[in-house]
Design a protein around this ligand. Structure first.
Ligand code: PMP
Length: 400
């Protein structure tokens, strides 16, 4: 009998979409889910992706199994994208990399690998707050979870001092999970200068930086700029772990394309890590799906498609920036809210951590049919030119 099994709680984010779907109000807004929408509120499949799909059909490729670590042309391009073509460890053949089931799968493969082989601690440090799934992923990988200070509620910005103190005071050789850019859920990133300092202290303490890069390009609209932290850490000599996702920056959500990589110290070490990554993956899912990885590799390896894709990343990032501007403008100028709203435009990436309190969030949903997570996070991509003023008015009404 399974009578002893308690009913599990619904997923905090996916549950919001369910509630949204049931709502029949014409002005309802779903600001819960982190998926890009165009200005008509529609999912957006990138032109570069559509073209790559056409070419794949024309090429009549087979559907044999990929190898355990995935499609080599994909992992090669993914590594170049994250680390840059001038990356020394990349040029020297020191990067162990595997395709993964998007970012979540990359984190999980990395989690299991580190739990099996990281010699110092079975504990990982997360920013407070962090993406809701991090805890479950690393707990299920066998880790104990610890936190470092990150978000400052009083400024809706970065608690840089607290962050630095917590890096200093964590036991040597701790594992630190860092959001490479466009921190989820706060939209608050360190500046390049702050990253430089963070890199230095993490180095001094011998910590292992594990970067989660789920939004490369989404923060600034520029792939290279968003890779600043990752590349700076690598050039400072950190042997980082990295999770990559193509869900957001290539709109590949349901295709589940990502990569996990680790910088090693020697070619021999890389071979050993590669072999062990295979032993982690083989009993989990044998080998990854090919379709999404093929699409991404076609886009990235063709100079024309690559260029078109970069343009589309910028279009998405720019629309998000514009919605931030409009939301703040309506709040301050049209509704004359006296509250500070600068963080709406200071924060970056897909999300804005509004600072709304749980009871205000509840009123937004109940009275205005605006759906968002209880922590006050809104997905900017759910806002459009048509509903931004309605949202501003709703936010003003529940905060005044
Ligand atoms: N990390 C962070 C911080 C995220 O926000 C997300 C997506 N919500 C992911 C990882 C992974 O997403 P996916 O598995 O869809 O790539």
């Amino acid at each position: 009998s399974w009578a002893h099994i308690p009913l599990g709680p619904p997923d905090a984010i996916l549950g919001i979409t369910d509630a949204f779907k049931k709502d029949i109000h014409p002005k309802k807004m779903n600001l819960g889910v982190g998926a890009y929408r165009d200005d008509d509120g529609k999912p957006y499949v990138l032109n570069a992706v559509r073209k790559a799909e056409q070419r794949i059909i024309q090429d009549k490729l087979d559907k044999e199994y990929l190898s355990i670590t995935g499609l080599p042309s994909f992992t090669k391009e993914a590594a170049l994208l994250a680390y840059g073509k001038d990356s020394e460890p990349l040029q020297e053949g020191l990067l162990a990399i595997t395709q993964s089931i998007s970012g979540t799968g990359a984190l999980r493969v990395g989690g299991v690998f580190l739990n099996r082989f990281y010699p110092y601690h079975k504990k990982i440090y997360f920013p407070t707050p962090t993406w809701g799934n991090h805890g479950a992923i690393f707990r299920d990988s066998g880790f104990e979870i610890a936190q470092y200070r990150y978000f400052d509620k009083s400024t809706n910005g970065l608690d840089f001092e607290g962050f630095m103190e917590d890096i200093q005071s964590a036991p040597k050789n701790s594992i630190f999970l860092l959001h490479a850019c466009a921190h989820n859920p706060t939209g608050v990133d360190p500046t390049p200068q702050q990253w430089d300092q963070i890199s230095e202290v993490i180095k001094e303490r011998g910590h292992l930086p594990f970067f989660d890069m789920a939004y490369q390009g989404f923060a600034s609209g520029d792939i290279n700029r968003d890779a600043y932290a990752v590349r700076k850490f690598v050039s400072d000599g950190h042997r980082i772990a990295l999770s990559q996702s193509f869900a957001k920056n290539m709109g590949m959500y349901g295709e589940r394309v990502g990569a996990f990589s680790l910088i090693t110290e020697s070619v021999k070490e890389k071979a050993a890590v590669d072999s062990q990554l295979k032993l982690v993956i083989r009993p989990m899912y044998s080998n990854p799906p090919m379709n999404g990885a093929r699409i991404v590799s076609y886009v990235l390896s063709d100079s024309e498609l690559h260029k078109e894709w970069l343009g589309e990343v910028k279009i998405m990032a720019d629309r998000i920036k514009l919605m931030r501007k409009k939301l703040k403008h309506h709040l301050v100028e049209d509704f004359e809210s006296k509250l500070p709203w600068n963080h709406i435009t200071d924060q970056i990436g897909m999300f804005c951590f509004t600072g709304l309190k749980p009871e205000q969030v509840e009123r937004l949903t109940h009275d205005y049919h605006v759906y968002l997570t209880k922590d006050g996070r809104i997905s900017i991509s759910g806002i459009s030119s048509k509903n931004v003023k309605y949202l501003a008015e709703a936010i003003h009404q529940v905060t005044k």
